[in-house]
Ligand binder design. Structure first.
Ligand code: SAM
Length: 330
């Protein structure tokens, strides 16, 4: 399905819950998060219906995110139902890994084989600090369970916060050397009312790349870029088991190749991560609209996609987007 800028929109990211078992400093405020009630979020059947419709419109890829998707009851069964939708070629999951040791095998057996695990520090105290109480050992156990279950690739997502974890860049790079993971550094984005200290805590990925490049030979993979890499600039390391990726949404935005819509837990379909244009699907789903009406709402969201977001790394006025990232799903 083409949008107004001739981009092929074929990827739906679905935030299945606004609840999370962590409170990452840059993602959601400590207090004041008004969690939605059961009736306020889409039921699994409603999400499945939306996915069935977007697939008829040419969507082939779905990523499940949140909040933390694994805190929602019935997740594994839902994943298995999603897998049954014909025409859906790729289902992946983004998780903080805290509950993964328990669910990895079930999720893999349900048919999800690609997983991204968010991990911002390899130091126990710093991990607890940035997640406001998370236990790093839970994540390590989750990663081990994901490997054992057979997930491939396993991607580790690391948001770099200047002055907090940029000094761990080499440790993360070593992880990509010694383990078969794609470690991806993600530039921090200013969202909602979460006061991260932006732009002071922003570090452009090129700077990080330069530091890593002084210690490791980074071999670009661009020439044979894989679809599963999305917007990441990916590098291998000589004799490395894994890879390193850089995702630069702020310093070098990739809006020209954006192929996504975002379905949020409350049933709003969002056209751009960093802009507030949304279309409400929940109301239509709850009055049992017909497929034609639902399709028209989805097309409306595609039409709303802006050419690009207008955030830049010098921007001190950060309230571009009025939802927390944990609401939108990242
Ligand atoms: N709970 C899951 C997790 O932790 O992966 C999924 C939801 S989380 C919102 C998805 C991703 O968004 C995580 O990798 C997180 O680090 C990232 N994220 C959240 N806030 C961000 C921000 N302000 N800038 C950049 N990435 C952010």
């Amino acid at each position: 399905m083409r949008d107004a800028y001739n981009r092929d929109i074929n990827y739906l990211r679905i935030s299945i819950t606004d609840r999370c078992n962590l409170r990452c400093l840059y993602c959601r405020p400590m207090e004041g998060v008004s969690l939605k009630g059961h009736d306020d979020i889409l039921r699994y059947e409603e999400i499945l219906r939306v996915v069935s419709r977007v697939v008829t419109m040419g969507f082939v890829k779905v990523r499940l995110t949140g909040g933390e998707p694994l805190v929602r009851r019935g997740f594994v069964e839902f994943a298995a139902d999603l897998k049954k939708i014909k025409g859906l070629e790729d289902i992946s999951l983004t998780t903080n890994g805290i509950l993964l040791a328990k669910y990895a095998e079930g999720i893999f057996n349900a048919g999800i084989t690609r997983i991204n695990i968010s991990l911002d520090s390899l130091d126990r105290d710093k991990y607890a600090q940035i997640t406001r109480g998370g236990n790093l050992d839970d994540v390590f156990r989750g990663i081990a369970a994901a490997e054992k279950a057979g997930f491939s690739p396993i991607k580790i997502n690391t948001v770099i916060v200047r002055g907090f974890n940029d000094n761990e860049a080499l440790d993360f790079a070593k992880l990509a050397l010694t383990r078969p993971f794609q470690v991806r550094f993600i530039e921090i984005m200013p969202v909602s009312e979460v006061d991260t200290g932006y732009p002071a805590d922003f570090l452009p990925n090129r700077h990080l790349q330069e530091i890593i490049g002084r210690h490791f030979r980074l071999i670009p993979l661009a020439a044979r870029k894989r679809k599963s890499d999305g917007p990441a600039r990916v590098f291998t390391l000589p004799d490395g088991l894994g890879e390193i990726g850089f995702i630069d949404p702020v310093s070098d935005h990739f809006c020209a190749t954006c192929n996504r819509l975002r379905l949020m837990a409350d049933g709003k379909l969002r056209a751009c991560l960093l802009k507030d244009e949304e279309v409400d699907l929940k109301a239509a789903l709850r009055r049992n609209c017909n497929d034609g009406e639902l399709d028209e709402l989805i097309r409306r969201a595609v039409r709303l996609k802006p050419e690009k977001h207008d955030l830049d790394c010098t921007d001190k006025h950060l309230k571009k987007c009025h939802r927390d990232m944990s609401d939108i799903g990242g």
